[in-house]
Structures are given as structure tokens and as C-alpha cells.
Design a protein around this ligand. Structure first.
Ligand code: M6R
Length: 616
């Protein structure tokens, strides 16, 4: 939520910052702004709306060139998305510029205090207090902006990433972080700060992950990191293993389309190197000793949104393969209900970004209660994997579209791997059983590819439903979370009423929603394996069809029982029961994307949303 860029070097700071903001716009697009230091003068511009509004303004009235600067793309929390509330915020003398991601919880008290001391605050934001506090602290800190920042941070409560420049501190950019993301990019004679490495990946792949409560001072010749007290900093240097091309649209109209198409590779990459020389499943990053995993008596999985749907599917695999009870919990609810956790609880957090505040806070709560935490995450250098006891990275590559697609499929793969690993460690799965599932997983990229090759009728169907007002999604067993995911995609992209239900729950209320012509998507379980479920859902399809629903049935190749009751039939390849979500989700992604496009929506940047939700 909110994207931040800072730069110091020999290039035009404005060019670097605007390019970085373009790559970070997925984090928020309510407004954008920049500030540049040029010959001891601070110049700035900011505009409500998307980055293109700012770019247009800068074309009409260019800023003078400078080599030190910062920028921001906003997802509004405090104050409407107006020019005045856009970042950067400048002090009354126009010397300090600050951009911020997060929420400063004690801003009201600080604001009142500043007003008493004669400061005039011009916006409704919480951020502006930081600008004024920094302006006040600059001289008493010996004109050392980093020291001023440390002093200010010690007064702030809440979550924040801050980046600041001062007209009287030439060639210096200062950043600070608590609970919100900030990464350093190290170049030759230039250095970068950003919410995400994507912002500077075109310039350097050498990154530094900052620990909690750190202040960083960027100069051309180097980077200095300290904690808020001025003591030695905590950080980790790493090399980013993808390049700028991975964060480009690559000829696709939208990132979402590209990311849907990348799913076979993302699944394959996440499976890569998981079998050791001894033929056993190895998850190198899982640093929790086997003995601890053997003593686990409960697994709790915590996540939000799409990641939560992955968690729901993981429960089926974990309980089936390990016989350990598994609970799944929405991160935003978790710590507020006093959950029962102890040293024998394994908590798994799932997050594409590794920065979702609800999940991060739940993860911290779990660790405080003594539970071991394993983070499943797609973003190297993010907070959750850094703070967890162990991590399993998904290898989806950068996911830019707000709607999660390839991250979801790779999260599923990671969950299956964790479930198998637990089964292996605890002896509830034989080696050859594990090998069999791994082989089945290894076949999935090809199966996903097959689904992608047959999507034209799905796109056509989506276009024909452009004027529908509501769509329901039904599923059973692992098809239930898939139904929820289909509904979530449609809500966030097409802004339509969409709901997912467990098909068995229909008769307990939701069936009253069925009326003539209502499109209902049904994810049908395999007729093999748990065929009782298959037969029951075929009955459910008949029930809704009898009441006028337009049935859109997603069923395995060869499942002939559904044919008489399907107004539209979407075929998916035959897969093992538990792995079906890997193929069944794909048509739903395509469906939502096409419907949103038909409605003229911005697929990659749906209204009111941001990719990375760093507020609770
Ligand atoms: O980064 P995370 O996986 O923690 O994000 C969780 C949700 O915010 C995210 O999955 C959201 O629901 C997506 N926009 C759905 O497409």
C-alpha cells in the first residue's frame, strides 16, 4: 500500500523516480508526487489520480533537473485522494519533503502539538506531522538528516516507511521503516530506496533488506544503516534473481494476462529442486527441526484474500496426508479472538507480498505465544519470511496485477509440499506415496497449459455475461475454496455481486437467491475418488437449474454425468482429487479478467484496491 522511491546518484532523479513509481503503481493509484533537490532548492509536484496525471503535469511544467529525489504513489488512508493530500508533504519553509507508507497512530496528538508551536498543516494526512517534526529536528541534530529522522521515529507510533530529503542536506536521502516495507538498492555511484525491488531492478539487482526499526542514509558513495537509537543496523544483503523483463508486460495488454499465462512456469519453478539425492522430499528453507515437526499436534494456517483460499485447500491436504488437525483462520480475525496456541502448534502464514499487515500481526502474535511459524511467501526480502522461524518461497516471480493469479497456484504447490513434508517427517506417508504425489505435481504445469489453450469459449461466455448483475459460484471439498476464489476475482475485477458457497449449504438459505437466468458457476469434483461428492453436486446442479439458474459447469474431461445439466460446460484435465484446484481455478481467473475487460475496467488496477495491504 503506497509505493515509495528514493534516489541519489548521477542520473536525473526525476526520471529514475518516475520510472520506479510506474513499477510500483500496483501498490496504490490514488495520487502520485515527486520532489527533487536541485542546487540547494527543493522542487516538487503532486497530483490526485494515477501517475499519468502527474506525468502530464510534469510535461506541461517541467521541474528543474536534480540528482537527488523521491516519489510516492498513494493508496489513501487519512484524507481523500486530492492534490493536497498527495505526497510528498513539505514543511512551511519548503525545505523538507517526506513520503510515507503506513499509518502514524499518534498523529492527532502530534498535530495538536505542532499547531501549538505555530506550524500550519495543510493536509488531512497523518504524514504531514513527520515533515514538520523533521524540520524542527534538523538544526538540533547538527543538520544531520539521518539523526533528525531517528529522533522523529522515536516519537512515532504505528507502522511506517518514511523517506525524506532536505534542501540543506544535498545529495542525501534518508529512509526509515517500522512494520512497512523498504528495500535498499545498491548501485555504482548511485543508491536507491523503494517499497519493492521492482522500482530499481532496471538499475541494480543488489538489494539490502532492512530489519525492523531502522534508519538508512543514502549517499552516492554509500549507505549507512542504524537502528532508531543510532546503534548498529540490522540488515541482509541479497541478489535479486529476476530482472527487469520479469516486471514488464511483455506484449500482453495487462499484467494479469501475462501472469495467468506464466502459471505453468511458476508452478514448475516452485517444484524445482525439491527432491534430494536420496529421493526424499527436501525443503531446504524449512529450518524447523524434524523433532519439533514430529511433536506438532495442531497446524493453524493464517492468511488473507486469495492466500486464505490457498490455506483452505491446504487444510484438506494436511489433514488427509498427515492426520494432524488443521485450522484455517482469516488473519484479520486471528489475534483478536485469543487463539489457543502453544509450542506444539505449527502456524503457517501464507502471503504473496510478505507484507500484509493483518497476516504479519497474526504471525507475530503466534510467535509470542510460543508457536513455530513457517511463512509461505513469494517476496524475498519481505518482513514475514524474515521474522518467521522458517520460510518456503514460492517462485512465481514478481506479481504486479492486483488480482492474484500465479501466486495462488504456487501457494497451492507450496502447501502440498509442506503437507507431504510433514507426512514424510511424521511417518504418515510412505516414501513411494510421496514420490507418486510429487510426480503428479510435476505433471501439473502441462495440465495448466492445456487449460490455458482452451480458454476462448470461457472468454466468449464472459463477454456474453457483461450485463449480468450477479454470479454465484458453488463447489464442494477442495472445489469450495476454488468457488470462493472465483467469486473474489469477479468482485475485485468486474465490481459485480459474486458469492461463493459450499454447494451443500445451498439448501440452507442461498438457494433462495436463484432466479431465472442467474449465472451459477459450479466446480464439480472428480467422479473418481470421492465420487459421492460428485454425485451430490450433480444433484445440486439439477436443483438450481430447475429453479431457472444458467449453469456454467467446470468438470473433468470424460465426466458425462454433468452434460445434461450444463448450459455451458468448461472442461478441465483429469487430475488427482486434491490437486484439482490447480486446474479448476484457471478458467475462473480468465472469466473474471475477460468480464472486467468487457466492462471497460482497469484490470491491473481495480478501483479502491492495492496489491500490498500494509494497514490493518
Ligand atoms: O500479499 P498477500 O498474499 O498477503 O495478500 C493477501 C490479499 O490481500 C490478496 O490475496 C488479495 O485478496 C488479492 N488482491 C486477491 O486477488
Amino acid at each position: 500500500m503506497c509505493g515509495i522511491v528514493g534516489y541519489v546518484g548521477e542520473k536525473s532523479a526525476l526520471d529514475v523516480v518516475i520510472e520506479g513509481l510506474r513499477r510500483l503503481e500496483y501498490r496504490g493509484y490514488d495520487s502520485a508526487g515527486v520532489a527533487v533537490l536541485t542546487d540547494g532548492v527543493l522542487v516538487s509536484d503532486k497530483r490526485a489520480g494515477k501517475l499519468q496525471n502527474l506525468e502530464k503535469a510534469l510535461q506541461d511544467t517541467p521541474l528543474p533537473v536534480g540528482k537527488t529525489g523521491l516519489g510516492h504513489t498513494r493508496w489513501a488512508t487519512h484524507g481523500a485522494p486530492t492534490d493536497a493530500n498527495a505526497h510528498p508533504h513539505l514543511d512551511n519553509a519548503g525545505k523538507v519533503a517526506v513520503v510515507h507508507n503506513g499509518i502514524i497512530e499518534n498523529f492527532a496528538a502530534l498535530r495538536a502539538e505542532l499547531a501549538e508551536r505555530g506550524h500550519t498543516l495543510l493536509s488531512e494526512t497523518d504524514t504531514e506531522v513527520v515533515t514538520h517534526l523533521l524540520a524542527e529536528q534538523f538544526e538540533p541534530s547538527g543538520r544531520d538528516l539521518a539523526e533528525a529522522m531517528r529522533r522523529v521515529c522515536r516519537r512515532l507510533e504505528g507502522a511506517f516507511t518514511l523517506v525524506a530529503v532536505h534542501a540543506d542536506a544535498p545529495d542525501v536521502v534518508v529512509g526509515a521503516r517500522r512494520n512497512s516495507p523498504l528495500v535498499v538498492g545498491r548501485g555504482e555511484g548511485e543508491n536507491f530506496l523503494a517499497s519493492d525491488v521492482a522500482a530499481f531492478i532496471a538499475h541494480t539487482r543488489e538489494a539490502v533488506e532492512l530489519g525492523q526499526d531502522q534508519v538508512v542514509e543514502l549517499r552516492r558513495e554509500g549507505v549507512t544503516i542504524t537502528d532508531f537509537a543510532g546503534g548498529p543496523g540490522t540488515f541482509r544483503e541479497y541478489h535479486v534473481d529476476w530482472d527487469a523483463s520479469a516486471a514488464e508486460k511483455d506484449g500482453y495488454d495487462y499484467f494479469m494476462l501475462k501472469e495467468i499465462a506464466e502459471q505453468p512456469k511458476a508452478v514448475a519453478d516452485t517444484l524445482l529442486g525439491r527432491i534430494g539425492a536420496d529421493g526424499r522430499l527436501t525443503l531446504d528453507e524449512v529450518r524447523i527441526p524434524d523433532q519439533v515437526l514430529r511433536e506438532v499436534d495442531k497446524v493453524v494456517i493464517i492468511a488473507c484474500g486469495t492466500s486464505f483460499h490457498a490455506a483452505m485447500i491446504a487444510k484438506y491436504a494436511i489433514e488427509h496426508w498427515t492426520r494432524v488437525p488443521c485450522e484455517v483462520e482469516l488473519a484479520s480475525e486471528f489475534r483478536y479472538r485469543d487463539p489457543i496456541l502453544d509450542r506444539q502448534t505449527l502456524v503457517i502464514t501464507i502471503s504473496q507480498s510478505g507484507e500484509t499487515m493483518d497476516t504479519l500481526m497474526a504471525q507475530r502474535h503466534a510467535r509470542e505465544q510460543g508457536a513455530k511459524v513457517l511463512a509461505i511467501c513469494n517476496t524475498n526480502g519481505s518482513t514475514m519470511p524474515r521474522e518467521a522461524d522458517a520460510v518456503l518461497y514460492t517462485h512465481a516471480g514478481p506479481e504486479v496485477a492486483v488480482a492474484s493469479t500465479k501466486a495462488f497456484l504456487t501457494q497451492l504447490v507450496a502447501c502440498y509440499l509442506v503437507a507431504l513434508y510433514l507426512g514424510q517427517t511424521r511417518g504418515t506417508k510412505w516414501g513411494d506415496e510421496i514420490t507418486e504425489v510429487i510426480e503428479q505435481l510435476a505433471a501439473m504445469p502441462e495440465q495448466v497449459d492445456k487449460v490455458l489453450d482452451t480458454m476462448e469459449p470461457v472468454r466468449e461466455l464472459a463477454r456474453s455475461l457483461k450485463d449480468a448483475t450477479s454470479v454465484l459460484f458453488l463447489g464442494r471439498h477442495v472445489g469450495f475454496p476454488v468457488a470462493l476464489e472465483g467469486a473474489l476475482k469477479l468482485k475485485e475485477l468486474a465490481y459485480m455481486h459474486a458469492e461463493g458457497f459450499a454447494a451443500g449449504e445451498l439448501k440452507h438459505g442461498p438457494i433462495a437467491l436463484i432466479e431465472d437466468g442467474l449465472p451459477v458457476v459450479v466446480v464439480v469434483p472428480s467422479p473418481r475418488g470421492r465420487s459421492v461428492l460428485h454425485d451430490k453436486i450433480v444433484s445440486n446442479i439439477q436443483e438450481i437449474r430447475a429453479r431457472g439458474a444458467k449453469t456454467i459447469v467446470i468438470a473433468e474431461e470424460g465426466d458425462e454425468a454433468v452434460v445434461p445439466y450444463a448450459d455451458h460446460l468448461i472442461r478441465i484435465p483429469v487430475t488427482p482429487v486434491l490437486l484439482q484446484p490447480l486446474v479448476a481455478t484457471v478458467p475462473l481467473q480468465v472469466f473474471a479478467c475477460e468480464l472486467a475487460t468487457a466492462k471497460g475496467h482497469e484490470v491491473d488496477q481495480p478501483r479502491n484496491l492495492a496489491k500490498s495491504v500494509t494497514v490493518e
